[in-house]
Design a protein around this ligand. Structure first.
Ligand SMILES: [Zn+2]
Length: 224
């Protein structure tokens, strides 16, 4: 037990805080190291748990997203929340309803839905929530978007269900565009000086035989 506590404290000490360029109310915690994502290696693990799960921070993230989307996206009927971003999604829906956005839904309120995701990253919407996708203007909300592969697959699936994608927003993202869609990330690599992402075959840490610190996905990190 004592060893475990030392390990937890040790991990906390390794995190560095970064602030978004346009919003000093929220910060990202990142741990330097050598991490493997599904398709790349990165030199920071970005922990956004607090931003996703704590009401105060999630509300701030939603406000930031609302101002990023303003003047770019006009109509949002549905927010599709990926990677456990539902809390942010609910606050974002409130922000959009309050702000200068419209929706075409019967009851003038935004749908906030979460898809099922299978082992190869395909999305599924059960019958009960399909009506929130088909023919709707869909905003996709992500925790992080660092490589386009998973995101591209998600976008394709939303289109299979007849959704019209109007934009993509993320808590942290390295891209401003994927295919024909605009991406609006709250935090970008500019907010994390020194952040690098590598193709696994070209990773300088691997070339120096530095072991992987942990494996990262949309839900968090697992130390090796
Ligand atoms: Zn590597």
């Amino acid at each position: 037990m004592e060893n475990k506590n030392i390990l937890v404290q040790d991990m906390r000490d390794k995190f560095i805080k970064f602030y978004a360029e346009n919003d000093k109310a929220i910060n990202l915690k990142a741990m330097p190291g050598h991490f493997a994502t599904s398709s790349s290696h990165v030199n920071y693990y970005i922990d956004i748990t607090n931003l996703k799960c704590r009401a105060k921070e999630a509300r701030e993230v939603a406000k930031s997203m609302q101002s990023l989307l303003l003047h770019h996206v006009t109509t949002v009927d549905t927010i599709v929340c990926m990677d456990g971003t539902n809390v942010v999604g609910a606050y974002l829906a409130e922000e959009l309803e309050r702000g200068h956005f419209s929706n075409n839904n019967k009851h003038e309120t935004v749908y906030v839905v979460e898809p099922e995701v299978n082992s190869i990253g395909q999305l599924m919407f059960r019958q009960s929530i399909r009506m929130a996708i088909e023919g709707k203007n869909v905003l996709v909300l992500l925790a992080t978007s660092t490589t386009g592969e998973t995101l591209r697959k998600s976008l394709e699936c939303i289109e299979y269900y007849g959704g019209n994608i109007v934009g993509i927003t993320a808590i942290f993202g390295t891209m401003n565009k994927i295919d024909k869609y605009d991406v609006f990330p709250v935090f970008t690599p500019n907010d994390l000086p020194g952040y690098e992402t590598y193709a696994p075959s070209e990773c300088p840490y691997c070339k120096k035989n530095i072991p992987i610190t942990g494996i990262v996905n949309g839900y968090g990190m697992s130390l090796l």
